[in-house]
Write a protein that binds this ligand. Structure first.
Ligand code: F6P
Length: 343
């Protein structure tokens, strides 16, 4: 009887998920395995909701954003009997391997299931936030940075026409990668991230200096998780205990504080889920495809508890344990690149 590989996409969606699914199915099918899609992340394994996947199902999905399997932030460890249901459904559906495509939370569950129950799981690192250790880059990040950079470019022209300061709020959770990369690429005049303390007076002084050089506009990029004096978390959390960051309105706060201090007219743009939507960039399509092939190989070989990862230009296997041990935040030397152009 043919062996079967199941796959799921969990957490926030991101461009490139379908490219991974396509690659896993293509490689597994080549090896004579059957493929099963698990619907809506870990929820599909808790509830036992599946769909068969064959070559026709994955034809044409390479450039499509989102995920044909659906996603959720379901955490089986937070549900009564959740883990038993997951293990029971893996057994009952006859899954010889499960490819979990997700970020810190989805892969954290995979790591725990492997550690505690020797579950046959392998991981693929996805997230626009690029905050997973163990891999140099996650897929989805390049697309988010491309979208944010284009937004910054567009804001430049309107900022200049109106002599305004434009604040752009980007996603990234507790890591400032999207802000730093899009800010450098877009030539931002200040970039505020969770890893660095914020001083409103210092930012205002840098803008004043810039305006005294004859520049009549400025662009500030702020990451949603940036700690700002006077901004409290809402206390609202998801199933993994993460606070909801989009309600903190850091962009609005920055704009108000800067306008008050400098007198420069200021406007805010919150990019939000636009950063996660639409077609992946070519770089993300290629990375997702390479990750998918690697994950399929690990699954076919029974090499469980591992995650596909990018190290330099090589796609390698790293342990899920190592990959989910800590968040990868922006180191000072990366921030220094951005800082060289402030003010
Ligand atoms: O982790 C990806 C991400 O887009 C974060 O950057 C953001 O904080 C969060 O997900 C938003 O989550 P939701 O889709 O639940 O609003």
């Amino acid at each position: 009887m043919a062996k079967t590989v199941g796959m799921l996409t969990g957490g926030g969606d991101c461009p490139g998920l379908n490219a991974v699914i396509r690659a896993v199915v293509r490689r597994a099918d080549d090896a004579g395995w059957d493929c099963v899609g698990i619907l809506e992340g870990w929820r599909g394994l808790v509830e036992g909701t599946f769909r068969d996947l064959d070559l026709r199902d994955v034809s044409g999905i390479l450039p499509r954003g989102g995920t044909i399997l659906g996603t959720s932030r379901t955490n089986p460890y937070k549900l009564d009997g959740g883990v038993d249901a997951v293990l029971g459904n893996i057994r009952d559906r006859g899954l010889d391997a499960v490819v979990a495509i997700g970020g810190e939370d989805t892969l954290g569950v995979a790591a725990k299931l492997y550690r505690e129950h020797a579950a046959p799981v392998v991981g693929v690192p996805k997230t626009i936030d690029n905050d997973l250790s163990g891999t140099d880059y996650t897929f989805g990040f390049d697309t988010a940075v491309t979208i944010a950079t284009e937004a910054i470019d567009r804001l430049h022209t309107t900022a200049e026409s109106h002599n305004r300061v434009m604040v752009v709020e980007v996603m990234g959770r507790h890591a400032g990668w999207i802000a730093v990369m899009s800010g450098i690429a877009g030539g931002a005049d200040a970039i505020l991230i969770p890893e660095q303390p914020v001083d409103y007076d210092q930012v205002s002084e840098a803008l004043r200096k810039r305006h005294s050089r004859g520049k009549n506009f400025s662009i500030i990029v702020v990451s949603e998780g940036t700690e700002l004096p006077g901004v409290e978390d809402t206390g609202e959390t998801d199933a993994f205990g993460h606070v909801t960051l989009s309600h903190r309105n850091v962009g609005e706060t920055i704009a108000r504080e800067i306008e008050q201090r400098t007198g420069f007219e200021t406007r805010v743009t919150v990019l939000g889920h636009v950063q996660r939507g639409g077609s992946p960039t070519p770089r993300d399509r290629v990375l997702a495809t390479r990750f998918g092939l690697k994950a399929a190989e690990l699954a076919l070989a029974g090499n469980f508890g591992q995650m596909a990862a990018l190290r330099g230009d090589e796609v390698v296997a790293v342990s899920l344990e190592e990959a989910t041990a800590e968040l990868k935040t922006v180191p000072p030397e990366w921030y220094a690149v951005a800082q060289a152009f402030f003010g």
